[in-house]
Design a binder for this molecule. Sequence first.
Ligand code: GAR
Length: 200
Amino acid sequence: MTRIAVLISGNGTNLQAIVDAVASGDLPGIEVAVVVCNRRDAYGIRRAIDAGIPVVYFPLLPYTRAGRPRTDYDADLARILAGFDIAWVVLAGWMHVLSHAFVRHFPNRVLNLHPALPGAFPGTDAIERAFAAFGRGEIDHTGVMVHLVPDEAIDAGPVVAQVAVPIQPADTLEILEARVHCAEHVLLVQALREQVLANP
Ligand code: GAR
């Protein structure tokens, strides 16, 4: 089995898509060995517990309070994952940028999901910003991508999967968010199947 870690910060619907795909045999040979979450109130923690997956709650705050650098947090996070014998790391709504201190332990084996197309709307609130750009007549679609994570890049790196998501004139932000999330759940599982199974 190829052991993957899924890092989350929130609702965990993409974690759920992976869990469901593993359970239904859509990701043969892949096991979610651990879920890491940096927020205590994230609903994704409940999803992991319900799926019987070990959860590590690992907040940044104790490090910043102690005046310790981000690289300490990142190096400790890598050490934790090494303890779970992890081959691939999936950032599924993980809202921290990971530095070289983390990524160097998993070269070309960290995948990030982002709710926008390559080069468009990096960082937080990508769907909201796409919706606003649509309102200004600047774009007529947005999208979703999965990319490999090089050092310290924000939502950038070699793209391994992407799909366009249309925006309709009648859309509300909530409708667009739902459409984007549906696209993510499919694309992330597809990317895992292609990348992880090709390089277990
Ligand atoms: C997803 O839309 C994911 O693409 C996004 O956070 C959401 C998490 O949803 N990630 C980023 O914006 C990374 N910059 P989920 O917790 O329901 O999977």
